[in-house]
Ligand binder design. Sequence first.
Ligand code: GCV
Length: 749
Amino acid sequence: MEGLARWSMRKKAPACLFVAAILSLLAVPASAEDGYDLWLRYRPMEASAQAQYRPLATTVVSQGAAPSLDAAKAELTRGLSGLLDKPVRSGPVTDGAVVIGTPVSSPLIAGLNLPLNSLGKEGYLIRSVSLDGHAVTVIAANGDIGVLYGSFAFLRLIQTHQAIAHLDVASAPRVKLRILNHWDNLDGTIERGYAGHSVFDWQKMPYYMDPRYAVMARADASVGINGISLNNVSADVWMLAPMYIGKVSALADVLRPYGIRVYLSIKFSAPVELGKLKTADPADPAVQAWWKKEVDGIYRRIPDFGGFVVKANSEGQPGPRDYNRTQADGANVIADALKPHGGTVFWRAFVYSEKDPTDRAKQAYNEFKPLDGQFRDNVFVQTKNGAIDFQPREPTHPMFGAMPKTNLALEVQLTKEYLGQTTHLVYLPVLWKEVLDWDTMAKGKGSTVTRVIDGSLEGHDNSAMVGVSNIGDDRNWTGAQFSQADWYGFGRLAWDMNLSAEEIAREWLGMTFSNDPAFINAVVPMMIASREAVVDYMTPLGLHHLMATGHHYGPGPWVDDLPRPEQNPVYFHQADAKGLGFDRTPTGSDATSQYAPPIARLFAGPDIPDRYLLWFHHVAWDHKMKSGRTLWDELVLHYDRGIDSVRQMRRTWDAMKPFIDAERWSQESAFLAIQEKEAQWWRDASIAYFETFSHMPMPDGHAPPPHDLAYYKAIYIPYGPGRPGYTAAPFRNLPKDPDENGNAVQIPE
Ligand code: GCV
């Protein structure tokens, strides 16, 4: 009613406007849901649940003051007051009090002698205890930030309707650095961003700090994210200029109470461009001195600065190879400058070169594996989950398990560059779990990626998991309601890799939409199935990188004219009259040999799982698959299965209408309709193209594509999102009617 109150004070407002305003207020529920509040909505629970929880959360008791403790207290009072629909304030110890703090900040907590030793700085304990004769819940930790994490965890228990009367929960993160990489540019655009512009308004910083920064930080902290890099890895050298460091410092001040350290992506040639040196050669003493001076300057303004992310000698970026130095030489010069301050370098392993004829999938391993042991201990080699580029499914990157003397960070992508972008519902924790559970066999059975990443396999102290952010300034932050689940799931998994994708989905749905079992039990399977659906309708059986050029939106398996051969879809699928797929066995590129021997044998041999088949083998069109069907029939079946899954997702969502608000329901409903249409587009275009090689009939019961190949090839998307600065191809002809694919426009040759 705030809006109405403001209106009524404007005495001179014309009566008709006043009536219109009232009518519009009646039409829109007071607390319209648009996704802005993410999973931290704290809307009042049902009356029966309120009655159950109210006696167990009466006041918040916090002794001592510190920014993270204050944030914890604020979150608890906000969350409990909202959920329980009554003011829950700071107060004395009483029955049902929630007592928060560390043994240092709180004599009450110190007096309880709680077992906090094994929880580190960030872990927390939530326990139901008796304090001065009162039944209370304590949220205790060694560090203030642990108290904040524990407070979010306590709220989560209530938000997901768990019992809280007899709690004994201890939790500490598996991975030390849990970081989001924003690929935001300083001009406000976002590379591969599908949720509007950047949230960072650099122009107005530091004089105006948009309140959204703190809301984002709360969301990050609620899932344990403790670092963000602020800018695109294809970095702008301006980021290091003093005027920007001042802005970064102001942002760091906003994020600090939430336990978030800031990192910056830097350009390797900065010593030349900013420092006016003649070279950026890491062996040059002047370059070493420049990095040191630069870094010292940053730490003077931001004492807890996290460090740098570096994309070097990759996709046109400068790097140490320009000076005949290794990737380790490049990383170490920067690491040495950061080391005295406790900073870290995230040195990306995403390198490949158009000048190297080697299979692109092998290049990163070939370059980095020989450098194992040469990186400083404050360097992470940040490695994408697969050797190509965030595809719907990739075999896990062979570097995991192959670099025992190096800190490896896993990089996954939240923003759905290759997965249909905003409008396709693809729940990514399923993909990430597949990667984390992957057994590298590096030290025998059980050498999972999880154990490589958390450092336990090789006894590394440091550990990191990195996600490419999907956050923008869209009202709902991520472009689609369901993409919020990927943000949520990334943080939860980085904290606890043992969580299942189902558990995470359950939590998120309960906090974001509804805890009704009928809703949760229907939507969890829908989310889980969504990942296999996109694999099926885009890139089944190990196919990969068949997306249209540049924006990667929609199918383009026929593309063969890009100047860089290893960016052409035809390079990846290798379709010909004989068959389909990239021969990476020892008779082909021999990429299989980059894996540990048992896996290398499995992938090179006939028992390879179907899901990786065409990644590693060139297979005859009439090859008999495990199912008994031919490759061709199996392929068609997978495409159709993908569409069927999306149809099922739509049916499920249709039935969910009674459970949630109209605004979020209808947006997702429209997005699912787009997804079905585009799944069909993917299927039809891919079959129309591949049948020009297979010359095989459609299997019984499967309809041929409704158009010929020329039709699909002529579909042109002038401005696919996520490509700042891109100029569309010249207008060749008047488009016909917008075609059945909705967004696409036909420009006939
Ligand atoms: C930031 C892919 C993307 C690029 C991205 C690159 C990377 O190639 O298409 O937009 O660049 O990966 O991860 O560096």
